[in-house]
Design a protein around this ligand. Structure first.
Ligand SMILES: *Cc1c(COP(=O)(O)O)cnc(C)c1O
Length: 497
């Protein structure tokens, strides 16, 4: 079955997968979604005997139907290789009846690597397939982890350039260091004086800027996106939910067809949407538990049917989830609006004009698979300590948010199905918050002293990603105001000459 894509706002349809990957965002500001959902054409039993790479092929071929088998397998082979520190690619840690899906064994030790190690290959292949002769400029807003993972993926990839904007005071010290030390002649990293939503809005505005598009075209350049609004980010994220289920089946942890629940620490709603897509293609997932930090806009949405971003933006210890505009939610809204692009577009218009919209009660009924809740900063820290004490296992702050919420879910519903919990970052990426949660006495220590101490108490080897930045020189120190993002991009690309 050929899968074609359309925009959630109705402006584009019958777009091939490779065109959607290349373009990133639709011309009308909407997101690309499959016009028809495929289903798995191999059994879970068969999948349970496959490697990660093989499962990746079985899932990705369903969505990226205009890529040939050879092309897809080449992309998968180049992405999921020794860049990952384990052959399994995604190990699973069992803590009671919760299975932590460790998505952080890639190059930048956060789950964004799962998709961003393959996106550059998907994009370069797409450019070739579509006879695209212009250089691709990846423009990305990051709350900390996407930026580094995208930089690592695209650094020195011929035919591409990458520009990353991050909130200057809104990422962890290690996250910032990872980005500003990035090598690669085609990379640029800029801090903005503003928060993640400002960065994301600025980037979205540039994507919709016709004048800028023309300037780029004249210079033989074209924008694309590495954010999770790109379908090329979303599809590789479906893979690990399929893999996790199959793996648990293979190891006899679950029965074939047994329903499980999934908890995902959520910001832009990309990762949890991928879990929902995994459910849609036939993985026996029952409930999807959406875990937020104190920026609980999604919790309130699931609770009331009202999405309202008019609230204080809180900087938390899980910065990659400090987001008030969850871009990927639009894909879900479109789906529960019965694929009515006009209806979806009117909600999005309301959101951009008033910062708020309310879905209908019929749409709310279509959300039964989801459960939302949030974790406070205190609950998150306490959970890190509790899990360390009970299991001798140290998790990062984002994963801890999910862990708190999965417990709240169990208590609130009495549902004790086995749980897959998306573990989205290595504790080494958020060392300070993690170590302070274990013992406040660590407060006075330096960032890298804490790294060594974390190694000592956890017995987990220090990842290469951390060792590499200890003494690396800062290569990017540019900072701009949030309303100067366009001028900055024009300057970097030499369009202002
Ligand atoms: C990006 C990120 C998230 C949130 O994922 P979304 O797809 O934006 O919902 C959670 N945890 C970590 C560590 C991240 O980097």
């Amino acid at each position: 079955m050929e899968v074609l894509y359309c925009s959630t706002r109705g402006g584009q349809k019958d777009v091939t997968a490779s065109q959607a990957v290349l373009q990133g965002l639709s011309h009308d500001g909407g997101l690309f979604v499959p016009q028809k959902f495929p289903v798995l054409d191999v059994s879970l039993k068969e999948l349970s005997e496959m490697t990660y790479q093989q499962v990746a092929y079985e899932v990705m071929k369903l969505f990226l139907t205009d890529y040939t088998e050879e092309e897809l397998k080449a992309c998968i082979g180049s992405a999921y290789d020794s860049k990952f520190d384990t052959e399994e690619i995604v190990p699973i840690a069992k803590l009671g009846s919760t299975y932590h899906l460790e998505l952080f064994h890639g190059k930048t030790i956060a789950f964004k690597d799962m998709a961003l190690s393959i996106l550059p290959y998907l994009m370069v292949t797409a450019a070739r397939k579509n006879h695209c002769r212009s250089e691709i400029v990846i423009l990305t807003a990051t709350s900390g982890d996407t930026g580094k993972a995208a930089l690592a993926g695209f650094a020195d990839v011929p035919g591409t350039r990458i520009i990353v904007f991050y909130p200057k005071n809104g990422v962890s010290p290690i996250q910032e260091r990872q980005m500003v030390t990035q090598k690669g002649a085609n990379t640029a990293v800029i801090g903005i004086r503003g928060n993640f939503d400002d960065a994301q809005n600025g980037v979205k505005a540039m994507f919709g800027d016709k004048e800028l598009e023309k300037e780029l075209a004249d210079a033989n350049l074209q924008f694309s996106s590495a954010n999770s609004i790109n379908i090329g980010r979303l599809v590789p994220q479906i893979v690990y939910y399929v893999y996790a289920y199959a793996k648990l089946l293979g190891e006899g942890e679950i029965e074939d067809g047994e329903k499980i629940n999934v908890t995902v620490p959520t910001g832009n709603f990309g990762n949890i949407l991928a879990a929902f897509y995994a459910k849609s293609i036939g993985v026996p997932i029952d409930r999807l538990i959406c875990a937020s930090n104190e920026n609980r806009v999604l919790y309130d949405f699931f609770d009331s049917g009202i999405y309202d971003k008019n609230r204080e933006f809180i900087l938390t210890s899980s910065p990659s989830m400090d987001i008030l505009i969850s871009s990927n939610l639009e894909r879900l809204i479109y789906q529960i609006a019965d694929f009515d692009s006009e209806k979806n577009a009117s909600f999005m218009k309301e959101l951009s004009e008033t910062g708020r919209y309310e879905i209908t009660s019929k749409m709310r009924e279509a959300l039964t698979a989801f459960y939302g809740n949030y974790a406070s900063e205190a609950e998150t820290a306490a959970r890190i300590k509790e899990i360390y004490d009970r299991f001798d296992y140290i998790m990062d702050t984002h994963t801890a948010v999910a862990s708190v919420v999965s417990e709240k879910f169990r208590k609130a519903t009495g549902d004790d199905k086995k749980m897959i919990l998306a573990s989205t970052a290595s504790p080494y990426k958020f060392t300070r918050s993690v170590m302070n949660a274990i013992d406040p006495a660590y407060e006075s220590k330096g960032d890298f002293e804490l790294v060594d101490e974390l190694c000592r108490i956890s017995g987990v080897e220090i990842p290469e990603a951390i060792n590499e930045i200890r003494n690396a020189p800062v290569l990017h120190d540019r900072v701009c105001e949030k309303d100067q993002m366009k001028d900055t991009v024009r300057n970097i690309l030499g369009l202002d000459k």
